[in-house]
Design a binder for this molecule. Structure first.
Ligand SMILES: Cc1ncc(C[n+]2csc(CCOP(=O)(O)OP(=O)(O)O)c2C)c(N)n1
Ligand code: SF4
Length: 287
């Protein structure tokens, strides 16, 4: 005997998703993440952004490294590149350099981005490669079963810090702002509507856009970056913040206790591909 599961709600929700056209961007493979993982909201956010912006499916590429987060390309119906651990940005840069018409989105975890891949971020940011980098920060290595990461909080107990993590976490927003990223924003998987909006804005920016997404790992972190804690900690962007003011953005970024949500900084300057055009012109060539 089958048990009816809130049929009215399910039908309405399904109809809404079908009518929105978002299904076109979802792959037939359902995410393999743990129930409750923040990453579900990010898939939803990217598919919503692609639909809203009318990005043709065969004109977009998602590049990932290694980690739970990096399984992302399997769950969206866009071109995908599941590369080596930490190598999202060099691969994404290569793709964008070869074909400027593509929308290129890099995705990965805090371990992938700031541990093994940490050396690449500064270069992608300073070059202003016209790609979007969605960094999923759960403050832990999820795929390898819960070791400390570069963004783990002081005091977090993990398999590699059984007597509590003594190290201060990195401050990714401060890093990106000082590296010269031309768009820096922050969102939270527990606020999916705002997250969708931020992903859309990040992709719309011409230049290197970095979106830091706070996202709970419900399996390996029961005490630190949980929905309960983050829900109490995150705060709205002050209404009078000017995203053109780098110093003001840095002041906001310094507060890691109460992460601010929204666009911290935006600057318009030539992208890497624009500078190639300039070099080609100076060399007297036509490409
Ligand atoms: C060269 C290399 N070193 C180490 C690993 C083991 N490894 C796989 S995923 C991972 C870290 C995952 O953490 P994170 O990037 O934060 O992603 P999450 O799983 O939390 O989404 C590590 C260390 C690997 N696969 N390759
Ligand atoms: S282990 Fe953590 S990060 Fe990985 S899928 Fe499960 S909840 Fe998400």
């Amino acid at each position: 005997m089958s048990i009816p599961v809130m049929p009215v709600f399910v039908d309405a929700k399904l109809r809404e998703v079908q009518e929105s056209g978002r299904l076109e961007y979802r792959s037939k493979s359902l995410p393999t993440w743990c129930p409750g993982c923040g990453y579900f909201a990010i898939v939803e956010g990217l598919t919503h952004a692609c639909n809203e912006m009318g990005i043709p499916r065969d004109n977009a590429v998602v590049v990932s490294g290694i980690g739970c987060s990096s399984r992302f390309p399997f769950f969206v119906n866009l071109y995908g590149f599941h590369t080596l651990h930490g190598r999202v940005l060099p691969v994404a840069t290569g793709i964008k350099t070869a074909n400027d018409r593509l929308t290129v989105v890099g995705v990965g975890g805090d371990g992938d981005g700031f541990a093994i891949g940490g050396g690449h971020i500064s270069h992608a940011a300073k070059r202003n490669v016209d790609i979007t980098y969605l960094l999923f920060d759960n403050g832990i290595y999820g795929l390898t079963k819960g070791q400390t990461s570069p963004t783990s909080a002081v005091g977090l107990k993990t398999s590699t810090s059984p007597f509590e993590n003594p190290e201060r976490p990195l401050n990714p927003l401060m890093m990106l702002l000082s590296y010269g990223a031309s768009w820096v924003g922050q969102a939270y998987a527990g606020h999916p509507d705002h997250l969708r909006e931020m992903i859309t804005q990040a992709i719309a920016h011409r230049g290197f856009s970095y979106l830091h997404i706070l996202s709970p790992c419900v399996t390996f972190d029961k005490t630190s970056k949980t929905y309960v804690n983050l829900g109490m900690q995150v705060r709205d962007m002050p209404e009078d913040h000017d995203p053109g003011d780098l110093m003001a953005a840095m002041r906001l970024a310094q507060n890691q206790e109460n992460p601010v949500m929204g666009l911290l900084y935006q600057q318009f300057r030539p992208t890497l591909n624009d500078t190639f055009e300039q070099v080609i012109a100076k060399a007297g060539g036509n490409g």
